[in-house]
Write a protein that binds this ligand. Structure first.
Ligand code: CA
Length: 224
């Protein structure tokens, strides 16, 4: 999952990037509204964490611009302790949730996950397809009720495929989801991880299909 941190305070931003990374997110950082707006227009983020108090164009104006452009990314705003008016206005402008500074990282991460789940209109933290289940809160996978051991990269790819069911995930999106591991990743590397996943999933009720020229899709195998 990919998150954009929009925060001008370098210390807070570094803490957030590290916190999200440790929770298996790919976290990018923008220190002002303009680069954030460009990044969110160009890249499909799963979440934006937006500090209201940005220099120049503030967080509220950023949210207004994003929503006016039809960018529907879930937004969690960060406000000062006495910023009730900001919180209300932020929510009115289209933010989805808020946290008051100083915040506890575990709570922020839990809210982030909840927002992402809500935005995908799922009701639990489990992604299930046939005999395969990914538990997003504990980062564990099971296949036919047996634990499925995955590397971090394999998990990232499988999560993207499971979140997209029944749609195809482009190879480029998979490359992006792996960029927290390796910035120089090529589409060929994605092929390698997919083939490893196929070995692990082999004949257990689900299959990763190649959609030529586009990407991959995970399907449930039906027994006829
Ligand atoms: Ca600030």
């Amino acid at each position: 999952m990919r998150v954009l941190i929009v925060e001008d305070d370098e210390t807070v931003a570094a803490g957030l990037v590290e916190g999200f990374a440790s929770a298996s997110f790919t976290a990018d950082h923008a220190a002002a509204a303009e680069p954030a707006e460009s990044a969110l227009a160009l890249t499909a983020y799963d979440l934006a964490v937006v500090d209201i108090g940005l220099p120049g164009v503030d967080g509220l104006e950023l949210i207004r611009r994003l929503r006016r452009r039809g960018i529907g990314v879930p937004i969690l705003v960060l406000t000062a302790r006495d910023g009730m008016a900001d919180r209300v206005q932020g929510l009115d402008l289209g933010a989805d949730d808020y946290m008051v500074k100083p915040f506890q990282l575990p709570e922020l991460l839990a809210r982030a996950r909840a927002l992402i789940r809500r935005s995908r209109s799922a009701t639990s933290s489990d992604l299930t397809l046939g005999p395969l289940t990914l538990d997003l809160s504990t980062h564990t996978a099971t296949l036919a009720e047996a634990p499925l051991s995955l590397t971090g990269r394999e998990w990232d790819i499988l999560e993207q495929l499971m979140l997209a069911v029944p749609k195809v995930v482009s190879k480029q999106k998979l490359v992006e989801s792996l960029s927290r591991w390796d910035n120089e990743l090529t589409p060929n590397a994605v092929e390698i991880y997919v083939s490893r996943l196929r070995v692990k999933l082999d004949e257990c009720g689900v299959a990763i299909r190649t959609v030529r020229g586009i990407g991959y899709r995970i399907d449930e195998l039906t027994t006829a």
